[in-house]
Design a protein around this ligand. Sequence first.
Ligand code: 6R9
Length: 635
Amino acid sequence: MSSYSIKSLEQYFKVYRKSIRKPKKFWAKIAENNFTWYRKWDKVLEFDMEKAEFIWFKNAKLNITKNCIDRHLANRGDENAIIFEPNDPDEPARYYTYSQLYAEVSKMANVLREQGVQKGDRVCIYLPMVPELAFSVLACARIGAIHSVVFAGFSSNALATRINDCTCKLIITADGGYRGTKTIDLKRIVDEALVKSPSIERVLVVKRTGQEIDMKEGRDRWLQPLLDEAPATSMAEVMDAEDPLFILYTSGSTGKPKGMLHTTAGYMVYTAYTFKNVFNYMPGDIYWCTADIGWITGHSYTIYGPLLNGATTVIFEGIPSYPTHSRFWEVIQKHRVNQFYTAPTAIRSLAKEKIEYVRDYRLDSLKVIGSVGEPINEEAWHWYNDHVGNKRCPLVDTWWQTETGGIVISAIPFVTPTKPTYASLPLPGIKPVLMDELRNEIEGNQQIGNLCIEYPWPGIARTIWGDHQRFIDTYFKTFPGKYFSGDGALRDEVGYYRITGRVDDVIIVSGHNLGTAPIEDVINEHQTVAESAVVGYPHDIKGNALYGFVVLKETGLWRDRQNLAKEINQLISDQIGAIAKLDKIQFVTGLPKTRSGKIMRRILRKIAEGEQSDFGDITTLVNPEIVEEISRERV
Ligand code: 6R9
């Protein structure tokens, strides 16, 4: 186990160097010692970066659920695997031990088999954050079906597109889902989607809200009666290391969503190893990741990573603001959470509220706090570090992507000193490189460039479902021989990485490369500003100029706009330089955001450029109505 858990900075450097010098040996040792295999591999890795082909642990046989569940039964069968915290705080939490998880997943696996699902079939899962969501995911993995979880906030159109792209045979959904004070009519949305999705033969429905729904004769079944009849033990299908585990859709900057495909062994080894180290997970710890399982973070760090390590993982059905802005802190206090992992957008929304909301809770169980999903701005970093981590818990800013399968750049708590807004150092096995526009590697520190990874790691996605050419073109063509993340990064004087945002967000103004994130950081420091987004637009003289969209806090709403704009520019000028001053500032009531909380810059860019109607696909936004408002009031 020595290479599995990193305990000091010195050890990190040692392990890191070894992992880069001899990656195959490094991963083989981790895979060898920490998992159950039906058969071990003939070869650790075979790959071709140009063709984007990766075979990890060639010819090994395994089942990931044996490792997530069965392996823990002997030693921790009676310990909690899952704690379910419902949307309504008055509804009792539910606890599932590893033994109970085994029974639940087995029943679900048997139901799926009985409904005709076979190894290799695609199963769509469109569920709220209820335990059945985790059971469904694991049941698919148990029988070798490929799960495709679609976030239950997506519209019927988005759902239909995803079902059709990978031709799912069966869908698991619920009558409805709770989200704060709202209920979402999931079954109705599924019914709408299925008009356009002929591949679905069977719909299994979880009863959650008890609301009235239509059941289509011959197609739809309530899940519970089927589970009640199903045996509580099950055989785990023997899977090849490279057999597909799941498809998860991620939006590209253009065109239809990309169905990223992850396979079995590499993903397992990578998520298990990174979970252990990035969260400093120790046996008995209670871990909570707030991400919905509809996103990669929920796949890798609510389900697979924690369960592979025998951890207790919290599944939270609700939202941070219901019934009050204290909900996160209340849940941490209630379940004595040790590791807490959330997104900057949630932190910023809570930091806007009165400090009492967090101050009145006992957060002393926390050991490590984490951030993921977008660059965490300086102000949010400090608020999270001071008020949640109490300056006592390392804050790990974890950089990764749906495509990387697991975290690739992050501090290791109690090992890597943290630095606000820096994801810090690469994890073992990851060799980041910065590339310039001429495709040359940028050597040395204090450099900014396109962030690539030089060598394959076990968690890397294997393809885009049905479109390997797009996989090659998107990730392996721009910088031949390397994986291109699409993000930009700055490497500081000691080699720490700071993610500057999507590369399309690097704006060249009068020949200067400006990342949008640092500018937004400064703007957000202004006392009246809640949030901001900066984009570039063409300018006759400078090449590009900067356009800032600024959302004000309640306290800023009544201020003189012209003065406010001046103050903001003064702040930028003071902190970054006059070169980064905004040519235009527009005060808006909100920013267009995807359902995972990412600002859709593509749209803001179009507005800044003067486009009035053609904004492309905006159906994946939580607030599509904002687009028209911003466009109408363009300055
Ligand atoms: C895990 C996840 C990936 C994109 C990625 C980057 C942004 C994620 C970040 C971060 C700065 C971090 N991103 N983590 N940017 N710092 N710690 O979010 O996957 O939904 O595929 O998004 O998110 O731009 O390229 P995914």
